[in-house]
Each structure stands twice: as C-alpha cells, then as structure tokens.
Design a protein around this ligand. Sequence first.
Ligand SMILES: Cc1cc2nc3c(=O)[nH]c(=O)nc-3n(C[C@H](O)[C@H](O)[C@H](O)COP(=O)(O)O)c2cc1C
Length: 201
Amino acid sequence: MSTDIHPPLDTATAIRARRSVPYGRLSAEQPELPDALIWTLLEAAHWAPSHGNTQPWRFGVFTGAGRARLADVLAASLAEHKGVTDAAEVAELRATQQETQAKAPVWIVVAAQTPASTKFPSYEEDWAAAAAMQNLLLAARSHGLGSKWITSAALMHPTTLPALGFEEGCRPIGMLYLAQVEEWPEGRRDPVAQKVLWVRE
Ligand SMILES: Cc1cc2nc3c(=O)[nH]c(=O)nc-3n(C[C@H](O)[C@H](O)[C@H](O)COP(=O)(O)O)c2cc1C
C-alpha cells in the first residue's frame, strides 16, 4: 500500500513545504502505514551526521496497540509532573492521552545516547539526534505525510524513556506522529536576512 499523495518530493521542496501540522488539520481517516514506508523514513533519519560518526540517535516506534502503551506511559509521567495522585484524575489524564495517540497511526520517539567511550560532549550527541529528527520530518513530508516535533512535559519527564523501554542513559529529543493531512497549514518566517551575519572582507 502506498500512502504517497504524489511522487516523493525533492529535498528543496520538502524543506519548504514541511509544516508542524496541528491535530485539527489531520484527516479523519487514518489508515495504517506500511512498515516499509516507516523503515524508509527511519533510514533517512539514520543518515544524519554525527561527530565521529557515533550515530547516537535511538527511535521508539509505536503503532497499533503500541500507541496505547505510549499513551499510558506519557499519562503516568504527566501525572507525576503535575503532582496528580487522585485516581479519577489520573484516569482522565490517561483517557485524554489515549485520544491523542489515537489521532495518528504512527508515533516515533527520538532519543540520544552518548556512547560509553567518547571524546565528544553529550550535547553534540543531542544535536546529531536532532538532525536525525529533522531528517525524519523532511522524509515524512516528502512522502506526503504530516508530522510535528513535540517536546511535551510528559515526554521530557525523566521517567518516560525508561518506562518505554529505552536503554539507560538515553535523553529525549522529541516525538512525532505520522499521519494523513486534510489541509496543510501555512508557514511563516521572518526575512532570512534578519538572521544572517555575512562577512565579505
Ligand atoms: C525542539 C522543538 C520542540 C517543539 N515542540 C513542540 C511542541 O511540544 N508542541 C508543538 O505543538 N510544537 C512544537 N514544535 C513545533 C514548533 O512549534 C514549530 O516548528 C514552529 O511553530 C514553526 O512551525 P513550522 O514547523 O510549521 O514551520 C517544536 C519544534 C522544535 C524544533
């Protein structure tokens, strides 16, 4: 099954057309995505640069009932973050989180791991994993899928990655969903010249 709404976009077009798609812009119908397509996107992420080629990115892929497992962990972390202990309130957080994860067929958590022996600071591993995250977002857009980089308090909570099964020492970089889009949002940027220091002589 192909989910492409067009042949894969070229890099420059995908960069310009990528958007953080709010849940309200997603299609009501969200067919499952083929594993082969998810692997294609993970491969794109895996070709990110890393200092010394340490390849520090780690991916957790949650599909089918795995999305409910992700939701339960996020809800438990959120409850801890907010100091919520009342059982009914915890159940409500869980139900809301389950609804969110059900909006898209695929969720991917991106993390960074510092290799046991490295001469590079761990922030460089985080940057490399962030580059992998961007590759994923661009590859998704290229194949016609919507996504959004999410760094919610629940995801960033220290209990989340271990509870999801990530190896010890991993740091969260973000999570994203992959979904069909009903209507792509407009992008907005200031003139690039405002951000540029250009030295000619
Ligand atoms: C590190 C990082 C964290 C982000 N976290 C969130 C988030 O938690 N929730 C959200 O709705 N968007 C999040 N975003 C998406 C930004 O809001 C979005 O990129 C920005 O508004 C520009 O929109 P565009 O991506 O469509 O160009 C994040 C983006 C980055 C790079």
